[in-house]
Design a protein around this ligand. Structure first.
Ligand code: AMP
Length: 558
């Protein structure tokens, strides 16, 4: 759906400035349709799925309404879970970043009361909370409802499903009757209708009509990947199957900039396309893309509109789009003119719900794929080099270098060594350095949530640290033997070089290596037990960073 720019929606300058900083180029459909009536003071029912950008659809009007000089709760946002309350509050802070003196706080169960009490006592303009805990605060008197001008129900259907009906009724009943109410829900269930009837005032209904679209010639898959690992995973996918031309779609200009810079730094022929560029810059980039001197175009939806190129092999959803229609437009850039195409999406955490909305919308199944391991990528790169080498040999398109090669042979180097050293140099010259990411340590397939699966109620313990890959003791997997390698960080060795060396020299099968840990003067590598003799045997004359080394079964600290 074509939407007007944010500047035409009636938002204040500080909000527009924050939107600009966030890099949102244009409103999502639910934002474009909800913001104007909400700003007029109307009650609203927004029917829209998770991931459609609905948080900003209600947070922007809510922030507009606030009188920052009056430090008491003026907006109340109800969310089903603690996780969502935190996320919504974060988005409120991001969108309100240019509103000086703004106080917004999340309030949820399962967390200590005293901090929340302190935050409420110190004064807040906006509260995002789960119904149970908010009701506690209402009853204790720590939440004063008397100045609330706007109440927002986020995921009303889920809150009802989770059994919060009574809490919601009591909370809404305590608010001033002249307040504005915005109801957001994925579905219009009887329970939601009742809520609207009881607490809404002739609300305007905003529904995003989605015509299902199919995209049959494109092979669609997705990878579960954290934000910070996206570039590494993108590189691995690109290296496994180097495309002739590919487009990488991001949701924001900032994401486009960051992704382009990362790709260029990694040695890819990438360039960007986004809404801030002049027509001339745009055309220059597109010309280079058509000619193939730029192989990867990193773009926002707006910038890629009207782009008409048939030879695109792959489209990435580096960020999943907020509008499923955008997904269809994006992936429709590949698989054109009878060619086959591939669409790869990155998602993580709650994105998975958005992926399900996309699947429903496109009536297609998007397959989950495993992230290729560093070893697999190294192996594939070596294969590609040897394929190219073979082609050269077969076509005879190479110089003889007879004298130089003879000299090396006379010095006692074998033809195999010379060819091996050349292949290594070629691989190194490609300049790409894979690195291990947390996802490499998560081989178990995490099950996708089923459509109707609900997260647990708010009382949940803390989540395990996301950083377990980097820290803590080093557990050893079953069937693995830890090997000691006599080179480490001070020798400039990197994990991926160890991986590459073992793969090449010891001829290990793809993906068989376990954890690699670098220490200043040595490294530990987990190798499948059965392959230990092969590693020791075949790496006897190998070098790392030009140095000989010793590799042996680790016997632990002396
Ligand atoms: P939500 O549906 O509110 O959970 O939003 C989904 C994601 O889309 C969040 O990461 C938002 O930051 C992002 N988002 C929201 N509105 C826009 C927009 N207009 N342009 C780009 N990204 C957006």
């Amino acid at each position: 759906m074509e939407t007007p720019p944010f500047s035409e929606l009636g938002l204040s300058a500080p909000l527009l400035a924050a939107i600009e900083t966030l890099g949102y180029e244009r409103p999502s459909p639910i934002q474009a349709l909800s913001i104007p009536p909400a700003l007029e003071g109307k009650d609203l029912v927004g029917l829209s799925a998770t991931g459609s950008g609905k948080t900003a659809a209600f947070a922007l009007p809510a922030l507009t309404l606030l009188d920052l000089k009056a430090l008491h709760p003026q907006v109340l946002i109800l969310c089903p879970t603690r996780e969502l309350a935190v996320q919504v509050c974060e988005e409120v802070h991001r969108l309100g970043a240019k509103m000086r003196g703004l106080h917004a706080t999340p309030v949820y169960g399962g967390a200590p009361m005293d901090r929340q009490l302190r935050a409420l006592r110190d004064g807040v303009h906006l509260i995002v909370g789960t119904p149970g805990r908010l009701l506690d605060h209402l009853r204790r008197g720590s939440f004063d409802p008397s100045h609330v001008k706007m109440a927002i129900l986020d995921e009303a259907d889920r809150m009802l499903d989770m059994g919060f009906k009574d809490e919601m009724d009591e909370l809404l009943g305590s608010l001033p009757s002249d307040r504005q109410t915005l109801f957001f829900s994925a579905t219009m269930s009887p329970g939601v209708s009742r809520l609207i009837k009881s607490f809404g005032k002739n609300p305007q209904i905003v529904e995003i009509q989605q015509k299902a679209r199919t995209v049959s010639t494109v092979e669609q898959s997705y990878f579960e990947v954290r934000q910070r690992s996206k570039v590494e995973v993108l590189s691995r996918i690109l290296d496994m199957n180097p495309p002739r031309l590919g487009i990488i779609f991001c949701n924001t200009k900032r994401s486009v900039d960051e992704c382009t810079e990362d790709l260029v730094n990694r040695g890819y022929a990438a360039d960007r396309l986004h809404g801030d560029m002049t027509q001339m810059m745009r055309e220059r980039v597109l010309k280079r893309f058509r000619e193939g001197s730029v192989e990867l175009l990193v773009a926002t939806d707006v910038a890629a509109r009207g782009l008409d190129i048939d030879e695109i092999d792959i489209v990435f959803n580096y960020d999943l789009p907020t509008d499923p229609e955008d997904y269809v437009h994006r992936i429709g850039r590949t698989g054109r003119a009878g060619r086959s195409g591939r669409a790869v999406s990155f998602c993580y955490g709650r994105d998975i719900y958005r992926m399900q909305t996309i699947e429903r919308f496109t009536r297609s199944v998007v397959r989950r794929e495993r992230i290729p391991s560093v070893e697999a990528v190294e192996g594939r790169r070596a294969d590609l080099i040897f394929d190219q080498l073979k082609e050269r040999l077969e076509t005879g398109k190479f110089d003889a270098y007879q004298d130089n090669i003879d000299r090396l042979l006379e010095q006692g180097h074998t033809p195999t060594d010379i060819a091996g050293a050349l292949a290594t140099m070629l691989r190194e010259a490609s300049g790409r350095e894979g690195s291990l990411i947390e996802e490499d340590r998560e081989p178990e397939r995490r099950e996708r949530p089923q459509r109707n699966e609900r997260p647990q109620r708010e009382e949940r313990g803390p989540r395990p640290s996301d950083n377990r890959f980097e820290r803590g003791p080093i557990p050893q997997e079953q069937g693995m033997t830890r090997m000691f390698l006599s080179l480490g960080k001070t020798h400039g060795v990197m994990a991926k070089e160890i991986v590459g060396m073992l793969y090449r020299e010891a001829g290990l099968p793809d993906g068989c290596l376990g954890r690699i840990t670098l220490f200043p003067k040595h490294s530990l590598v987990d190798v499948p037990e059965s392959l230990v003799p092969q590693v020791m045997e075949r790496t006897r004359n190998a070098r790392l960073r030009g140095r000989p080394f010793r590799i042996d079964v680790d016997r632990g600290p002396a």
